[in-house]
Design a protein around this ligand. Structure first.
Ligand code: HEC
Ligand code: HEC
Ligand code: HEC
Ligand code: HEC
Ligand code: HEC
Ligand code: HEC
Length: 446
């Protein structure tokens, strides 16, 4: 009987797992079949249209109401999207719309009516942002994705509940079978008592089970503790979607052009809006998306692009800080970049390829970059600093290399101060940051 019960449970669990896999898989074709108006809009229409703003094409929010109120035929608007010319030829309202803008709309003969309905439904479902910072389209898309993610975890919760119900049901049937076969006293046992009896009979399984659960809990706890204060992957939102790839990458601008104090001081510094205006007075953007972003620079600098003059009304761009060390830590860029000769890539990754705004690169990503010292501790933690100081050789630290007065002085002090220590340092043929005091608490802590 007990053996059968175990099999029952295993069978039920396996069934639930398969069911779970199927129900997850079953969702995919369904999602494919249903039309995503938002995606269609973004891939086909967003280059010219915005729900709430006139661009190359007019704003599209509630456009169907405007058409029906204007006396257009019921099908005219769908015909318009397929081929605006045939629509304009047959419908007087559509003919009026065709006069709206100098540019002509692209023809989309492949779009079906349900697809066009989905696009316009999606446009009408957008909410206008008063500040308009991120643009209506992006905001709406986030909402849709959020719902999908939520749906996925619900499946597992429902499956869990079903699993418990099945176990209870199975054990209920078993009790009745027992009662029917005339086993005395079994129906007087409660579920708890029965479980106890089962557990005593299967001590080995119970023991293995408990050990597994215990170890899992410990691992989860420690992972949680180790992630406290780790900021890898941190990428705050920025007032302007500034792509390093297009500036430091495509246009090949030197980092120091914008972060101009990086070789001289502790902080690298961020560029003022005047630095942006050196180029952006001329570069206004190639398409609507770029123009919208660059218009924010103009707003900050108080530049009237139409009149080509400054209005005098400026508002600073408030960039959010990405790399942040606690106040009790002293970090100096010039020491690393200028004296130590450490490349920006070593700590910030290859910014010439960074298409979105800056982020704290995880150490595994940094390790992939050619020429970087391989480190294991999470970026910006104390372990990360120390590990590099233990590994990194000071290139100008050998005797023959002059390395400027700074190193001369260190050599001199060691030579006359502690000859034994000096020869220890040079034993492995290299001098690391640690050997020069890079592990002293007071070097990094106030
Ligand atoms: C190449 C730019 C371009 C693209 C791409 C484009 N449109 Fe248009 N659209 C226009 C222009 C320009 C107009 C204004 C009519 C005119 O002057 O010809 C317009 C007008 C419209 C109108 C009528 C607006 C009104 O105010 O009555 C609708 C509806 C419309 N477009 C839907 C769409 C949909 C849906 C898509 C995507 C499948 C799309 N458009 C893609 C340029 C475009
Ligand atoms: C045209 C100007 C410009 C150039 C050139 C440029 N940057 Fe930047 N950088 C910015 C701006 C603006 C920000 C703030 C926006 C952001 O965080 O993405 C920034 C942010 C950063 C940050 C994050 C700052 C923080 O808050 O922690 C790093 C790191 C950085 N840049 C490194 C580099 C490196 C390395 C290069 C050269 C390969 C470079 N930048 C070239 C303008 C520039
Ligand atoms: C040894 C590692 C390291 C190197 C090399 C390095 N940085 Fe940084 N960078 C940091 C750390 C750590 C911070 C955070 C500083 C803080 O919060 O005090 C930072 C912050 C920044 C910031 C934000 C503004 C600021 O000064 O706090 C910018 C911009 C920046 N770095 C650019 C650069 C550029 C450009 C280079 C190359 C010329 C470079 N960094 C080289 C570690 C490094
Ligand atoms: C040395 C010239 C130069 C400087 C300085 C400069 N930019 Fe640009 N920027 C460009 C060019 C060129 C483009 C167009 C790239 C392209 O063709 O896609 C551009 C494009 C952009 C874009 C649109 C990118 C996109 O998503 O397509 C933004 C946003 C932008 N710059 C912001 C800034 C900000 C903010 C600053 C100041 C911190 C700045 N730029 C400084 C030359 C510059
Ligand atoms: C990629 C390797 C690397 C990383 C990561 C790194 N450093 Fe350094 N650090 C160096 C090198 C190389 C020097 C030596 C420069 C020199 O010759 O003085 C140095 C020197 C220093 C010094 C001066 C030491 C002395 O003896 O005067 C301080 C302070 C310092 N680093 C702080 C930090 C802090 C804080 C961090 C972490 C936020 C950090 N470093 C991360 C490579 C690194
Ligand atoms: C190479 C630079 C460096 C040296 C040397 C260094 N620290 Fe740190 N320390 C840091 C950094 C960076 C942080 C901040 C880490 C973070 O925010 O996750 C830190 C954080 C701390 C903290 C706060 C706890 C924490 O993890 O945030 C303590 C305590 C501390 N250090 C003690 C020491 C002591 C004691 C020594 C000497 C044995 C020492 N540190 C040497 C860079 C250093």
């Amino acid at each position: 009987m007990f053996k059968n019960f175990n099999k029952w449970c295993l069978g039920a669990f396996a069934a639930m797992l398969t069911l779970g896999t199927f129900s997850v898989n079953a969702q995919e074709p369904e999602a494919e079949a249903s039309i995503n108006g938002g995606d269609l809009f973004k891939s086909k229409c967003a280059t010219c249209h915005h729900p709430f703003k006139d661009g190359t094409g007019p704003k599209l929010y509630d456009v169907r109401t405007a058409w029906s109120e204007g006396g257009a035929g019921a099908e005219a608007i769908y015909q318009w999207v397929n081929n605006w010319q045939t629509a304009a030829a047959s419908d007087p309202y559509a003919a009026g719309v065709a006069q709206k803008k100098a540019t002509a709309m692209t023809k989309f003969p492949d779009l079906t009516k349900p697809q066009i309905v989905a696009i316009l439904d999606w446009v009408d479902s957008q909410e206008e942002k008063v500040a308009g910072a991120a643009g209506g389209a992006a905001g709406g898309a986030e909402g849709v994705e959020g719902e999908e993610e939520g749906g996925f975890s619900w499946i597992w919760i429902i499956l869990g509940v079903l699993f418990v119900i099945v176990i209870l049901a199975v054990s209920g049937v078993r009790r009745q079978l027992k009662a029917a076969s005339g086993e005395a006293g079994s129906d007087t046992l409660s579920y708890g008592e029965e479980f106890k009896a089962w557990a005593w009979g299967n001590l080995r399984y119970v023991l293995i089970g408990s050990v597994v659960i215990f170890i899992t809990l410990i691992v989860v706890l420690f992972q949680g503790l180790y992630s406290i204060g780790v900021v890898e992957g941190y990428q705050p939102s920025q007032p302007i979607d500034f792509p390093h790839s297009k500036h430091a990458g495509m246009s090949g601008i030197d980092c120091k052009y914008c972060h101009n104090s990086v070789t001289e001081s502790r902080s690298a510094g961020l560029p003022t809006v005047n630095v942006c205006m050196n180029c952006h007075k001329q570069v206004a953007g190639n398409d609507d998306e770029q123009m919208e972003k660059i218009a924010k620079i103009y707003a900050a600098a108080g530049w009237d692009a139409d009149a080509q003059q400054y209005t005098g009304k400026t508002t600073p761009i408030v960039w959010n800080k990405v790399h942040v060390l606690p106040d009790h830590v002293y970090f100096n860029h010039s020491q690393h970049v200028e004296v130590g000769g450490v490349d920006c890539k070593q700590c910030h990754g290859d910014m010439t390829k960074q298409q979105s705004t800056a982020m704290v690169q995880p150490v595994v990503e940094l390790n992939k970059i050619e020429g970087n010292v391989q480190l294991t501790r999470p970026t910006l933690t104390m372990g990360w600093c120390l590990e590099c100081h233990a590994e990194k050789e000071i290139s100008t630290g050998s005797i023959d290399n002059a390395g400027g007065d700074y190193y001369q002085e260190i050599h001199r002090r060691l030579l006359y101060g502690d000859k034994k220590l000096y020869s220890d340092y040079l034993e492995d043929g290299k001098v690391t940051v640690m050997e020069l005091g890079g592990w002293e608490c007071a070097k990094c802590h106030y």
